[in-house]
Design a protein around this ligand. Structure first.
Ligand SMILES: Cc1ncc(C[n+]2csc(CCOP(=O)(O)OP(=O)(O)O)c2C)c(N)n1
Ligand SMILES: [Mg+2]
Length: 390
């Protein structure tokens, strides 16, 4: 090293800042260079056949659910539906790795994860139907509301997990977010707090290539989204998000790590949104068909089906059985969604605050008066007159 001689001063000898050392060794936190895969590799031999068959049935059911919900938007039965077609392996694995006592924090795209966790398929759509509030009791199912503001579910998950740890409860929180959501301040704050507190949280980023029309390359300059974990001091794992067995294994390991006090993990699932952002979006305006076709050849159901049939674990009968079960679910969903729900307008004021504010009480009283007046008019003139405004 060159030593700079300053005239009239002692020689300046550069040394490192005193007592500096890395807080954490970054090497073990780094993600694999390529997304981890199981299906079609040697690792598949270790996968539990019963688990693979369960994943298969759920994937087929999930795809049918997405198709049915999308059809319901066209029939005016559902206001909006963000389909997770192509992402079913992420959705199903996220649900299956959790114990009943754990918590799931989904985004608006994660209806399938909620349903695979046991939520009633119709209740899961209540919010997207525009009916009221969340539509289900988050505490009963340990599923936070499907979250529309990007990434706000992440600090919630960290808070819940940290509180559970302080209380000595054996609870893990798994929070789901999209690639676009990783640009939000809440993502940063959640990951930072989680790592500092060693909170029992798993962050699952579904990198489906787009934030509405914005491709990942315009979203981040990071080597991968999984690399972001290193900056917070937690491990980042990169997984093939269309490989249900790999997703189940990696998420399962992250949950086990969190449960045993090892702290949080960031999992990036590399996948693709096969449908448009929602039924209200036209994806042909910002992406080419050939890209979609490339991903169709890496379809999560086909990947698993190939593995299962290749190993003699699934035949035509089993495939048909899974399809028929999915059809039965779709038929029941259609039938129930076609029935108009009975709504009480006063319900607008429930579940907003534990103690209602004076302003809300006043608004509720005004609405009650209006509803009573409407009812009186109906009683006097008959239902149709009021409906027609006569
Ligand atoms: C805080 C906030 N900003 C903007 C939006 C509008 N918005 C809704 S979805 C979306 C794209 C999100 O993309 P991504 O996180 O990749 O999730 P994906 O839809 O692909 O599952 C945006 C910008 C929002 N819902 N919340
Ligand atoms: Mg996305």
């Amino acid at each position: 090293m060159t030593v700079q001689e300053l005239p009239g001063a002692a020689a300046y000898r550069p040394t490192p800042p005193p007592a500096w050392k890395p807080l954490t060794d970054p090497a073990p936190l780094l993600p694999d260079p390529e997304p981890y895969r199981v299906l079609g590799t040697d690792a598949a031999a270790d996968a539990d056949p019963d688990l693979l068959l369960r994943l298969y049935a759920e994937l087929v059911r999930g795809r049918r659910y997405n198709a049915q919900a999308t059809a319901l938007t066209k029939q005016g039965r559902l206001a909006v539906y963000p389909s997770s077609t192509g992402q079913e392996a992420c959705e199903i694995a996220a649900a299956l790795v959790l114990e009943e006592r754990d918590w799931l924090f989904p985004s608006y795209r994660d209806t399938l994860a909620a349903v695979a966790r046991g939520l009633d398929p119709v209740e899961a759509l209540t919010l997207l139907r525009g009916d009221r509030h969340t539509g289900y009791d988050p505490r009963e199912h340990r599923i936070a509301p499907l979250c529309t503001p990007l990434a706000t579910q992440l600090p919630h998950a960290v808070g819940l997990a940290h509180a559970a740890r302080l209380k000595g409860d054996d609870v893990v929180a798994l929070a789901m977010v999209g690639d676009g959501g990783t640009s939000e301040g809440d993502f940063h704050e959640a990951l930072n707090f989680a790592a500092v507190w060693r909170a029992p949280v798993v962050f699952l980023v579904q990198n489906n290539g787009f934030a509405i029309s914005v491709p990942l390359a315009k979203q981040t300059a990071a080597p991968s989204l999984a690399h972001k974990a290193v900056g917070y001091g937690m491990p980042g794992r990169l997984v093939d998000g269309n490989d249900a067995a790999a997703m189940h294994q990696v998420l399962g390991e992250a949950v086990a790590r969190a449960r045993s006090g090892g702290g949080p993990t960031l999992v990036e699932a590399v996948t693709y949104r096969m449908d448009a952002h929602t039924n209200a979006d036209d994806a042909t305006r910002y992406r080419v068909d050939s890209e979609v076709e490339t991903w169709r050849a890496h379809d999560p159901i086909q990947l698993l089906e190939r593995e299962l049939t290749g190993r003699g674990l699934l035949g035509d009968g089993g495939i048909e059985e899974a399809r028929e079960a999915a059809e039965r679910m779709a038929a029941a969903l259609r039938e129930r969604m076609n029935a108009d729900p009975v709504l009480d307008p006063m319900d607008l004021f429930s579940h907003v605050y534990v103690e209602q504010t004076a302003q809300l009480r006043e608004q509720a009283a005004r609405l009650r008066v209006e509803l009573e007046a409407e009812q009186d008019q109906q009683d006097q003139h008959g239902h149709d007159d009021v409906e027609d405004g006569r």
